[in-house]
Design a protein around this ligand. Structure first.
Ligand code: DON
Length: 307
């Protein structure tokens, strides 16, 4: 990518123009998320030499929601290995919505770890003597990706715990098919807490840059996960990260990415940089409207498409 000034100006320009972009709706099926400011918009990019670029509102913490999924997958892969994780969850794009009942009719496994069903099963795989210990490991790992300790938005956690019947149903179904280990209620509570971990878009860009850097955080220098794990996670993000819009995303943007219902989006240019956008209004796939538009433009302008 070009020099520092060019990248800074490109982000500032995107922020200025895309702030005016209408369309999309703030998620409200988790009541607390409906309170988000639809005009909140921040972009951050971290290069592998640790240089940080930013535009707009980058210091406001929001809950990461599904953006946690690739990072928790990385933790599970690092702790258990690909074979064991693969016995629980597939790696095929479902072509369905993020909350679909995408379970293989033969194996009972969820289609992939980026949809809710697969993510709940992966969360339950994280080693821990009890749910508190399992969640502590998840929180610690997310913090090491970000380069600083993160915490939980208890109000958003409670709001999802009060309304998350569909995820509870998915967990029970998976217990029935054998894809989910242990108690479904505990698995879902841990997953809700994971979704309610909060960070800023500046943190999120460091998390993405750590995946771009083969699992080594470019700001702290810590090896958070082994390189083959980071590569595997990027492959799953590339094929499944944008849900039923994954094909269109690969066509138009061409980078591994993950979105979340609070409006967060990460994308990774392997061996180059990580980029993150936060803006709450979502399209019909549950992907953030401004984030998708920003990455389309960035990819085109700087020739980032991997193919
Ligand atoms: O499980 C849920 O429905 C939310 N906690 C997370 C879903 C999500 O972020 C989907 N992404 N667009």
């Amino acid at each position: 990518m070009e020099g520092i000034d060019v990248v800074s100006e490109a982000l500032a320009d995107l922020h200025r123009r895309l702030l005016a972009l209408d369309g999309g709706a703030v998620a409200d099926y988790i009541p607390q998320l409906a309170l988000a400011d639809p005009d909140c918009f921040g972009l951050a990019l971290v290069s592998l030499d640790g240089h940080r670029y930013r535009a707009g509102r980058c210091d406001e913490a929001f809950t990461l929601q599904s953006v946690t999924k690739p990072f928790v997958l990385a933790l599970a892969l690092a702790e258990l290995g690909a074979e064991e994780v693969g016995r629980t969850v597939g790696a095929e794009p479902s072509g369905e919505a993020f909350n679909a009942i995408s379970l293989d009719p033969v194996t009972g496994r969820p289609a992939n770890p980026m949809i809710n069903a697969g993510a709940i099963a992966v969360t339950a795989l994280v080693p821990g003597g009890d749910p508190a210990e399992r969640f502590a490991r998840i929180l610690d790992c997310l913090g090491r990706f970000a380069g600083r300790p993160l915490d939980v938005d208890e109000e958003v956690y409670r709001s999802e715990a009060e309304t998350g019947d569909r995820n509870r149903a998915l967990a029970h179904l998976m217990r029935g098919t054998g894809a989910l280990r242990g108690d479904p209620a505990e698995a879902v509570e841990t997953y809700f807490r994971q979704c309610a971990v909060r960070a800023t878009v500046a943190d999120l860009a460091v998390m993405a840059a750590t995946l771009a850097n083969g699992g080594v955080n470019p700001v702290t220098g810590e090896a958070v996960v082994p390189e083959p794990v980071a590569v595997a996670v990027l492959a799953v993000m590339a094929t499944c990260g944008m849900y039923d819009a994954a094909g269109e995303w690969m066509l138009r943007v061409g980078l591994p990415a993950k979105s979340g219902v609070s409006g967060g989006l990460v994308a990774v240019s392997p061996a180059r940089f990580g980029v993150a956008v936060h803006s709450p209004p979502l399209d019909s796939f549950g992907n953030p409207v401004r984030g998708v538009a920003a990455l389309r433009e960035l990819s085109e302008r700087f020739g980032l498409h991997l193919m």
